[in-house]
Design a protein. Structure first.
Length: 430
């Protein structure tokens, strides 16, 4: 039987009845960063903070300096790091992202052996693989023979079939390669062993949850991988709302086909608005085609593509914008969504992946991804609604801000993880 819970479930206490000892692997783990490295750090840091859980983390040596500086400034008695890398001769081919996948696979094998040695010496209650968070890559922690927790993991998302014909040749090839990599991963015996051995898997999206169920995971908790610290939330929540001038929309991310920014441009054009701006922040291979699309649709003067900008400028522009457009075709996370929501800016997104977990119909518009034409029409209606009803903008923005405060803090995620530990290791009996 598959047990599914969603963000905010609180059926049991987040504080264990006794101290728990966890051995974790977090290949990516670095303080004061976002994405995978931030996920690794923030989860182990918060789980070990005042919850009766001691976490020993195996991570890479290149994370050491940043971690030790952070712990020196703010020590945590319940958190210990063990640094492990493959021998230099075993990774001579790895240069940046080149060779990363093979190196990561071999690192997992070695980290599993290091975990086994640590477990033999001091005995842990459970193991937890945290990063990388991809369901079709294995962890070797189940070999320890103690309850194994997995995630938050994503990667089960893919562009809807109805959208594939609208993609460029490059985009269709990229989607095909992604699908092939997932297929090979799902048929890796080590991945299947991890799935069948898993006590609880934390899936970042409904799509990944379905793939985990297919692989034989018995208990799945829906847990998005994006969150904000209290300081980040406080800063964003204090951004003043813009005035009642022209509607300003913003998007942020790499300019690649699956981000779906073309849907935002098409939606703006279909809305017929002329008193509006749409800023798309970031750079990438799709920039030229997005610029050409804006010219073709007659909205080039409304669409701004300044390229990559410093993060401070991203936040400043968010503060001058009314709403975020994030029409991604597959996205396990969606950090810009919760940042915008924390700033009381509602989100227009597709009902897919991570954004679909973060955004509800009270905090934005979730667009049904039936066909590209239908999605563009819904985006256009959402943009028009915001342009003509600023009260709607404010109401949805306030709900969005409260939703992030309640559900998408690192504290809330650590509570969910700790409840899962406790439910398996210290089940309540009646």
């Amino acid at each position: 039987m598959i047990f599914r819970t969603r963000p905010g479930d609180s059926s049991s206490s987040a504080t264990p009845l006794r101290e728990l000892r966890v051995i974790a692997t977090a290949y990516a783990c670095e303080p004061h960063t976002g994405s995978e490295t931030g996920i690794g750090w923030n989860i182990v840091r918060e789980v070990s903070r005042g919850r009766g859980v001691h976490v020993t983390v195996i991570t890479r040596t290149n994370n050491r300096l940043a971690i030790e500086r952070a712990l020196a400034a703010d020590p945590e008695a319940g958190l210990r790091f063990v640094y492990y890398d493959l021998p230099s001769w075993a990774g001579w081919w790895k240069r940046g992202r080149r060779g990363l996948q093979l190196y990561y696979y071999l690192w997992q094998i070695g980290a599993g052996r290091r975990a086994a040695a640590l477990h033999a010496a001091q005995r842990f209650d459970c193991s937890h693989h945290i990063t990388f968070g991809r369901y079709w890559s294995p962890s070797f922690l189940p070999k320890l023979g103690i309850p194994f927790f997995w995630g938050p993991i994503g990667g089960g998302e893919s562009a809807p079939d109805s959208f594939l014909p609208s993609l460029s040749t490059r985009g269709r090839i990229s989607e095909a390669l992604r699908g092939a990599a997932r297929w090979m991963g799902e048929h890796d015996p080590a991945v299947r062993r991890a799935a069948k051995s898993c006590a609880v898997a934390f899936a970042t999206t409904a799509e990944t949850s379905d793939r985990l169920e297919f692989l034989g995971v018995r208990r799945i908790v829906l847990l998005g991988n994006a969150a904000l610290s209290r300081a980040e939330y406080d800063h964003l929540s204090r951004l003043p709302l813009p005035g009642d001038g022209p509607l300003r929309l913003v998007s942020a991310g790499r300019l690649v086909h699956w981000k779906g920014f073309d849907l935002g441009i098409r939606g703006l054009a279909e809305s017929g608005l002329r008193d509006a701006e749409y800023w798309i922040l970031g750079d990438g291979p799709s920039r030229a085609s997005l610029e050409a699309l804006a010219r073709e649709l007659g909205v080039a003067e409304l669409v701004k593509l300044p390229g990559s900008v410093p993060r401070e400028d991203v936040i400043n522009l968010l503060g001058r914008s009314h709403a975020l457009v994030h029409p991604s075709l597959h996205d396990s996370g969606g950090w810009s969504c919760i940042e915008a929501m924390a700033a009381a800016r509602p989100v227009i997104c597709l009902d897919l992946g991570g954004p679909a977990v973060m955004v509800d119909n009270e905090s934005g518009f979730k667009i049904t991804p039936s066909t590209p034409a239908a999605a563009v029409a819904e985006v256009a209606r959402a943009i028009t609604a915001f342009a003509t009803d600023r009260g709607l903008l404010r109401r949805k923005g306030e709900v969005a801000r409260d939703r992030v405060r309640d559900l998408f803090s690192w504290e809330a995620k650590a509570d969910q993880i700790t409840r899962a530990y406790t439910s398996v290791l210290q089940p309540v009996t009646v």
